[in-house]
Design a binder for this molecule. Structure first.
Ligand code: UFG
Length: 325
């Protein structure tokens, strides 16, 4: 199949296009390089284009006759989404609408969407099943939930077939050490702690230690980026086969607190991490842990790299490379 990977120069997108190597699919990348890196897509045709430029998007889709689009390009920081909700609605909703409009006009009706566990808000119960009510508590989660509703309506009215994948906490780096997480500024837990271990940062702040959790710090379900890429490949194969839209959690059903992550980093890096307790961050649910039975049963997906040891080890190898440690 001829597939366009939108956001393929970014963190998860770059692991995705690497996963496509040695498959029968033909892959091109579209990215505005606002947060992605050209070298991540060096083995592929790269269209440098912003989704706000609907005419250019339409032209690219038309000329290249793509049959499927995977959409990884969005703004992803919960904290920033409070400060700049406009950026989030524009980039995550309006730009996605532009892409979908072009696709539907050209009858490209297969779509894989990067959604998030943030659509659940404060979960009704743990582990979280896909069927739980969506009540996102931050603008970021709301933008993704809006798009999920749009996809459902576009399926009914225009026959758009999609799979929406709700990622829990994406992390880790490729086991071959060539690609990994590189955000600027970095806001995610594991890279920040590792930057403290390598000396790129002086200390680390824990956002709140009086949550109702095992040690007072937030608990998250950390899922290795290569397992996320595998879930996308299985999803697209299922979509081609069944032509039926669906939604899946991608998580590992394991919850680790912020303190547990620090402990594991200290053990693996043999470094003491200096940290302070600071204010809670707005929009942080106490606990997010996936129920992944749907994706394991329906797509036969299994997490292979998401034990905490592999996550931290691969991320540490990558951090050492970035920091010349
Ligand atoms: N945290 C700290 N200190 C920091 C950074 C993070 O204590 O300096 C804590 C956060 O409060 C949170 C946990 O570490 O409890 C994880 O925070 P991240 O910023 O790494 O990730 P989030 O859980 O906020 O969000 C991530 C993705 C979202 C996705 C969500 C789904 O960024 O896109 O996981 O669970 F929606």
């Amino acid at each position: 199949m001829k597939i366009l990977v939108v956001g393929g120069a970014g963190y998860i997108g770059s692991h995705m296009i690497k996963r496509f190597q040695n498959t029968d699919h033909q892959i091109d990348v579209l990215d505005n390089l606002s947060t992605g890196f050209k070298e991540n897509s060096q083995n592929y045709k790269l269209h440098i284009c912003d989704l706000s430029n609907k005419e250019q998007v339409h032209k690219i889709l038309k000329e290249n006759k793509y049959e499927m689009v995977m959409h990884f390009a969005s703004s992803i920081n919960v904290g920033e989404s409070y400060d700049h909700p406009m950026k989030y609605y524009e980039n995550n909703v309006i730009n996605t609408l532009n892409l979908l409009e072009c696709m539907i006009d050209l009858k490209i009706l297969n779509f894989i969407f990067s959604s998030t566990a943030a659509v659940y808000g404060e979960p009704e119960s743990i582990p979280i099943k896909e069927a739980q009510n969506l009540s996102p508590i931050n603008p970021y989660g709301k933008t993704k939930s809006v798009v999920e509703n749009i996809l459902s309506d576009y399926d009914k009215s225009y026959g758009l077939k999609y799979i929406s994948l709700r990622y829990f906490n994406a992390c880790g780096a490729h086991i071959d050490g060539t690609i990994g997480e590189r955000h600027n500024p970095e806001t995610h837990l594991i890279p920040l702690i590792l930057q403290t271990a390598s000396g790129r940062r002086n200390n680390f702040k824990i956002y709140g230690d009086d949550y109702k959790t095992k040690d007072g710090t937030c608990v998250r379900d950390y899922i290795h980026v290569m397992d996320i890429a595998e879930a996308h490949l299985l999803s697209l194969e299922k979509l081609i086969q069944t032509q039926s839209s669906d939604i899946y959690n991608i998580g590992n059903e394991q919850g680790y607190s912020v303190r547990e992550i620090i402990d594991m980093v200290e053990e693996i890096t043999q470094t003491k991490i200096p940290y302070k307790i600071s204010e809670k961050r707005k929009g942080d649910p106490a606990v997010l842990i996936a129920d992944n039975s749907k994706i394991t049963e329906k797509l036969n997906w299994r997490a292979k790299y998401s034990d905490l040891n592999t996550i931290i080890n691969t991320a540490w190898e990558w951090e050492k490379k970035l920091s010349n440690f």
